[in-house]
Write a protein that binds this ligand. Structure first.
Ligand code: DX5
Ligand code: ZN
Length: 236
């Protein structure tokens, strides 16, 4: 289980401090939301900011490109220190060359699916991705409410992973709180991006630990459910 605080919910005037806070929290990943004002109706920050922040987080930097032309940004973000790069399936014909390019740059490959997009759109690329990102809000802004209608997509992604014998991570992003993280973990998610619910806590380390415990417990519950069909709960 991976917890990925999203820097978008950090203090924009003190990004280095916020990245260091995420580092001390023990979170496995730092999630970096890149918005171009075209693919989404907001602008966040670019490679120069990521390069400045990078030395303050010692583990995996997860770069989420909400951009119409990610091809011009892949190399700059690799140079800035990205470990993984995620592009959106809504880019259609651009997806295949983008995934190849990320792989050829030696970085982990992510593919994201927006709430209105059918998860079947991602199916052709499943064997080529390390991370399948199921968006649980419409991207562009932090602090939005979780869209529960996205949960069946997580279940479908988990079913495909089992059936096809693949190993991609199932990441969720948007409106992730303790409660919705549990719902996503029960559905099969293993990587949890959370901005507001983590960064707005005074004690980020405690918030990360609590979220990790919550999703681990949900994962154990779902395994138990699989092994012991309904009706045998008395055995617990
Ligand atoms: C949404 C971004 C998210 C965002 C999540 O456009 O992709 O990563 O930071 O923020 P919260 O957890 O506040 O919904
Ligand atoms: Zn994101």
């Amino acid at each position: 289980m991976i917890i990925a605080p999203s820097l978008l919910a950090g203090d924009f005037g003190r990004f280095a401090h916020e990245a260091a806070r995420a580092d001390r929290s023990g979170a496995e990943w730092l999630h970096l939301d890149i918005m171009d004002g075209h693919f989404v109706p907001n602008v966040s920050f670019g490679p120069a900011v990521v390069a400045a922040v990078r030395p303050h987080f010692s583990r995996y930097c997860d770069v989420h490109l909400m951009c119409s032309k990610p091809e011009i940004l892949l190399e700059p973000f690799v140079k800035a220190g990205a470990d993984g790069l995620t592009v959106h399936v809504e880019l259609g014909a651009q997806v295949t060359p983008l995934l190849w390019k990320i792989r050829s740059l030696g970085r982990r490959v992510g593919l994201a699916v927006n709430p209105p997009t059918n998860v079947n759109e991602a199916k052709p690329w499943l064997s080529q991705v390390d991370v399948l990102l199921i968006m649980t809000v419409n991207p562009g802004f932090g602090g939005q409410s979780f869209i529960h209608e996205c949960v069946p997509k997580i279940q479908q992604a988990a079913a495909w992973r089992r059936e096809l014998g693949l190993k991609y991570q199932i990441e969720v992003d948007g409106g992730i709180t303790l409660e919705t993280a549990r719902e996503c973990a029960l559905a099969g998610a293993d990587t949890f991006v959370s901005g507001t619910a983590l960064f707005h806590q005074r004690n980020l380390g405690a918030a990360v630990r609590k979220m990790r415990q919550t999703v681990q417990a949900a994962h154990t519950d779902s395994l138990f459910e699989t092994l012991n069909p309904a009706g045998t709960h008395a055995a617990r």
